[in-house]
Design a protein around this ligand. Structure first.
Ligand SMILES: *[C@@H]1O[C@H](CO)[C@@H](O)[C@H](O)[C@H]1NC(C)=O
Length: 545
């Protein structure tokens, strides 16, 4: 988005009639703080680079004076605050040049502990947006941390977040200026779906929004019912999101639709990357486990190379946007990111039970101990074959617990990744005989106490005629992209569940189904971890088809 586009947008915004008109609200100047702060007269609020510098006395003053005030709580020692400072000033300058009503301010948190406490500031920088002088209910700033983004985030709050369109030319002007334009066609602009639409428009900063109730525009774009239409200058050019009149427009669903369809990713990465959305609210714990993720971390991204099973995470907690997803994918594919390896912490009682508990961090030391014969079960908590063999494994450990040189152990391979080798199937059983050379023998026999014992007693060999079970399928299977077979592997039912999740959200990428209704800011109500799955073959299902 360059300056010119912004200017175009601005003109449109200024030209639009005030749909979301924000006159000084009822809570305006009359709602002063309690009387004791009488000395409010005429105090000059100092400025630095166009930013109001506030303290506990002047904050109230600034709130009364400025109906749209973004306040940054910073700390002098905070590096991210320093990085933000020039962008913040630039944003203030942009807005000042447009005579926009929004003002930017800052508060030195450590120097103003009462304010830090009042606004529950626990980390720096924290930015809060105060509207109409309302001191008790600021909106958390969720936007980007660069000048254009900050300015745009504020513009969408002080002006209408969507331009009201009267005719086709208005729509065309918008489409010329922006790569992605979203137009809400609503028969009744007082409908509550319109409010939802405008709320989404406040946060989707990389696209422009228009709004119309004009029959000739409905007709022009071939519509008869309320519909949100995304127009883009690339790919298929247009995607429709009909408004379900009975259920109403859902903010999360609309956000997800917009993000999905605004992505260039689809075409840019199609031959290499499969994009999968995982709803962390929908019993997908094993998927999260696979990535070492917690539900609270959503929305976020992970990337897995399905051939090597190496996993990648974005470097810092960036919001999930088309731009950040694309940058992340490019960085991984360009070899710029190091994979991460999961490990749990070593439990304090790891060697107290007959079956010893191994994790990534103690695996090397125990498995390759040259004085011990070590037999390890690599399992997944959700894998049924693993559960079935657990009693036999316990019995084996009990039986050999007095053998100084034998260790029976287990390792949750979904939470611990090993440098020595990847674990593909569950369960995988490996025997690490004493002695040098880091030897490992895979156990392929029957999974019962008797056969395990024979194997141990013979030092890692089985009589030739032992029937062997087929080893578990590698996990993930990793070659087929035809939906359902994607994750079906050694542990059938759960793998199929994952495949369902993958198949049902087949489109490209990410973001946000509703977990609970929150009136603002779809980002904070997201319940998806977006997982980009690296894949070697083309994706067949076209997005949204
Ligand atoms: C501030 O906003 C909240 C939530 O919208 C509202 O309940 C409250 O009355 C407002 N306070 C003032 C002083 O306007």
């Amino acid at each position: 988005m360059d300056g010119q586009l912004l200017l175009g947008l601005l003109l449109l915004l200024l030209g639009a009639s005030g749909l979301q008109g924000q006159g000084p609200g009822p809570g305006g100047p009359s709602e002063g703080p309690p009387d004791e702060e009488e000395e409010q007269e005429e105090e000059e609020v100092p400025e630095e680079d166009g930013i109001l510098v506030l303290n506990r006395r002047t904050l109230g003053l600034a709130l009364r004076e400025h109906p749209a005030l973004l306040v940054e709580f910073y700390a002098p020692w905070c590096g991210q605050c320093k990085a933000l400072a020039p962008e913040y000033s630039k944003a203030a300058a942009l807005l000042a040049a447009e005579a926009a009503k929004a003002r930017l301010a800052k508060v030195d948190g450590p120097a103003e502990p009462e304010l830090a406490e009042e606004f529950a500031v626990t980390e720096y920088p924290t930015l809060k947006f105060f509207r109409d002088g309302n001191r008790t209910h600021p909106e958390e700033y969720t936007g980007p941390r660069e000048a254009q983004g900050i300015a745009e985030w504020l513009r969408r709050r002080v002006g209408p977040s969507a331009t009201q369109l009267e005719d086709e030319e208005g729509a065309r002007v918008l489409m010329r200026a922006w790569d992605v334009v979203v137009i809400g066609f609503f028969q009744d602009l007082q409908d509550k779906d319109v409010a939802t639409f405008l709320a989404v428009a406040q946060d989707a900063l990389d696209m422009a929004f228009g709004l119309t109730d004009r029959p000739q525009l409905f007709q022009k774009f071939g519509l008869t019912k309320d519909t949100v239409v995304l127009f883009k200058k690339y790919d298929e050019g247009r995607a429709d999101f009909p408004v379900d009149k009975e259920l109403g427009l859902d903010q999360g669903d609309l956000s997800r639709f917009l993000l999905t369809h605004s992505m260039h990713l689809v075409t840019e990465f199609t031959p290499q990357v499969l994009f999968v959305v995982v709803d962390v609210g929908a019993n997908n714990d094993h998927v999260l486990q696979y990535f070492g993720l917690k539900a609270e971390e959503a929305p976020t991204l992970r990337f897995v190379n399905m051939e090597t099973t190496k996993k990648y995470a974005p470097a810092d907690k960036e919001p999930v946007t088309a731009t950040s997803v694309a940058a992340f994918c490019r960085a991984v594919l360009g070899g710029e990111l190091k994979p991460y390896r999961l490990s749990q912490e070593i439990p304090p009682d790891w060697d107290q039970r007959p079956v010893k508990t191994l994790v990534g961090k103690n695996f090397e030391q125990v498995a390759f101990d040259e004085t011990k014969n070590v037999f390890i079960k690599f399992y997944a908590p959700w894998c049924t074959h693993c559960k079935e063999m657990a009693p036999a494994w316990e019995a084996l450990a009990e039986k050999y617990k007095d053998h100084e040189d034998i260790i029976i152990a287990e390792l949750d391979a979904t939470a611990n990744e090993l440098e020595a080798f990847p674990v593909h199937g569950f369960p995988t059983l490996k025997y690490f005989p004493a002695g040098p050379g880091r030897k490992a023998i895979e156990y392929k026999g029957t999974r019962d106490l008797e056969t395990f014992s024979k194997f141990l007693d013979s030092g890692g060999a089985l009589p030739a005629e032992e029937p062997t079970e087929p080893p578990g399928q590698p996990f993930p299977v990793g070659s087929s992209v035809q939906g359902r077979s994607l994750w079906t592997g050694g542990c059938g039912a759960d793998g199929a569940g994952w495949a369902e999740a993958a198949a049902s959200s087949w489109g490209p990428v990410t973001l946000c189904r509703r977990r609970q209704k929150t009136p603002r800011s779809p980002r904070t109500s997201c319940s998806h971890a977006a997982i980009a799955v690296h894949q070697g073959r083309p994706v067949s299902g076209a997005p949204g088809s």
